[in-house]
Design a protein around this ligand. Structure first.
Ligand code: HEC
Ligand code: HEC
Length: 429
């Protein structure tokens, strides 16, 4: 069914796409099998695919002054990570970080006081949302993209899947006022609320010696997010720390593939003294093209989970009749309107990637193995696709090694970051 659809030329935003090649059919089929229903709210198939929950209670150092500890963490580099670049006009302090954390968890910063930043960037779920392909905001309104993890976000520039903002000091305004996220009538409306609240008034005075303002709100949120660092993974101990046994033989073979035959490091680079696993650039991997093709030619039925392990195949038209149509996503093009940027997305960092699914800009892949199968197929091969994505010819065993390598990028600090995040109940009253 998708095969025939693939052989039709598609007309999209005035551009005629060429019929996809034979290998596109199998890559498309691959994506088809992993696609959630149009509601985008479907849980993943069973809980087996989800990582073990991050348990804040398992952090052994959760007592003491967490804000002070977060300050030190944002100043002292961890194994495998570069020093955090703090802007000259926003040096971190414990008071700013503490205020930023409070803002991050405060549901009153949304129009109907239900939605905080932390509800899409959940600490126990590695500061992303495990069960949602794409985010859901106030009143259940869908966002077309997947919530990225905020772990190590302080190193990223530009921000967002399409790079439409450059600093954490300004990024937060977008979710505050987006109709399908926190839906505030204006950013000024939020600042007025903060200035009317006596606790916030005192906190802003303590951190800045001045009342709340949009700039100071951004500075506090940025200082908090720059403290969310998670390095020192088994890979770091092996590669940068010289601990020969920190990785398993499969993980070491996976590293050889990642930097060699599979050529992943071309876009997810590993440096001499640190690795962010992103070139911070935009690429057309072919994934966005596949998703658009599928959006225009939806499968006849779509799989819906009724209860854990219980699925039904529902007629797509029926699903479409009760849900909003999935929006097109042209990636970087939506920012630059340069046709050369169509379907380009920013390369995500891969640290902690085993804990940050579902994957890709719209969360269309539930597991790392699905992502790896996509790369192994080589994408749809449409003319604009990056030459760095091509059929890799990896065996099943090699794919297993690559997956094992990606699992070696998980930091041991995630439980303590979650414990810190929950160290004080949010005061949403
Ligand atoms: C409704 C869910 C939702 C809420 C609420 C939300 N976010 Fe996000 N966040 C997202 C999604 C989805 C993206 C990716 C959007 C895109 O790329 O277009 C994102 C992206 C980001 C990024 C960029 C990360 C990167 O890798 O580039 C940061 C930083 C961020 N959010 C912080 C915040 C802060 C701070 C708040 C609260 C003021 C917040 N978010 C509220 C869903 C949400
Ligand atoms: C041409 C550059 C390029 C190459 C080569 C490349 N990637 Fe990617 N990778 C990207 C981009 C861009 C995305 C985001 C795509 C999107 O969201 O649509 C991505 C996404 C991913 C993701 C999903 C991460 C997340 O948080 O959603 C994983 C995992 C990944 N790549 C691993 C790999 C592996 C393993 C290889 C080698 C087999 C590889 N990549 C090769 C650019 C590349």
């Amino acid at each position: 069914m998708m095969g025939r659809a693939c052989l039709r030329a598609l007309v999209l935003t005035g551009v005629v796409l060429h019929p996809a090649s034979a290998r596109a059919q199998s890559a498309t089929d691959l994506a088809t099998t992993t696609r959630g229903p149009a509601t985008q709210l479907t849980p993943q198939p069973g809980s087996a695919g989800l990582p073990t929950p991050i348990d804040p209670a398992s952090c052994s150092k959760s007592d003491g002054d967490w804000a002070e500890r977060a300050l030190i963490r944002s100043q002292v580099p961890q194994l495998g990570l570069p020093p955090m670049p703090h802007p000259d006009d926003n040096p971190p302090t414990a008071a700013k970080i503490e205020l930023g954390r409070k803002l991050f968890f405060d549901r009153r910063l949304s129009i109907n006081k239900t939605m905080s930043c932390a509800m899409c960037h959940v600490p126990e779920q590695a500061f992303t949302t495990w069960k949602l392909q794409s985010a859901v905001g106030v009143e259940g309104r869908s966002v077309k993209r997947n919530s990225p993890t905020l772990l190590n976000v302080g190193f990223l520039n530009p921000l967002f899947h399409d790079g439409r903002d450059e600093t954490l000091e300004t990024q937060f305004i977008a979710p505050l006022v987006a109709r399908n996220e926190m839906a505030n009538p204006s950013a000024g409306w939020v600042v007025s609320f903060l200035n009317r609240d006596s606790t916030y008034h005192a906190r802003f005075q303590g951190a800045f010696g001045a009342p709340a303002s949009l700039d100071r709100m951004g500075q506090a949120l940025a200082a908090y997010q720059r403290s969310l660092l998670a390095g020192n993974a088994p890979f770091d101990r092996w590669h940068y720390g010289g601990e020969a046994d920190a990785l398993s033989p499969a993980q070491k073979r996976g590293f050889e593939l990642f930097t060699g035959k599979a050529d992943c490091a071309g876009c997810h680079p590993i440096g001499d003294d640190h690795a962010l696993f992103t070139d911070q650039a935009f690429h057309d991997t072919g994934y966005g093209f596949l998703r658009e093709e599928m959006r225009q030619n939806p499968p006849e039925t779509t799989r819906v989970q009724l209860a854990p392990g219980v699925f039904v195949d529902v007629d797509f038209d029926r699903v479409a009749s009760v849900s909003s149509k999935r929006e097109a996503d042209l990636g970087r093009y939506e920012i630059t309107e340069d046709p050369a940027d169509r379907w380009k997305f920013r390369t995500p960092g891969l640290r902690n990637v085993a804990m940050t699914g579902p994957y890709m800009h719209d969360g269309g892949f539930n597991t790392l193995r699905e992502v790896l199968d996509f790369y192994n197929e080589g994408g749809p091969g449409h003319p604009e696709q990056s030459p760095l994505v091509y059929p890799l010819g990896l065996s099943d065993a090699e794919l297993g090694d690559l997956e094992a390598f990606l699992e070696s990028l998980t930091s041991p600090n995630l439980n303590c970051l979650a414990a810190e995040a929950r160290s004080q109940p949010p005061d949403n009253h």
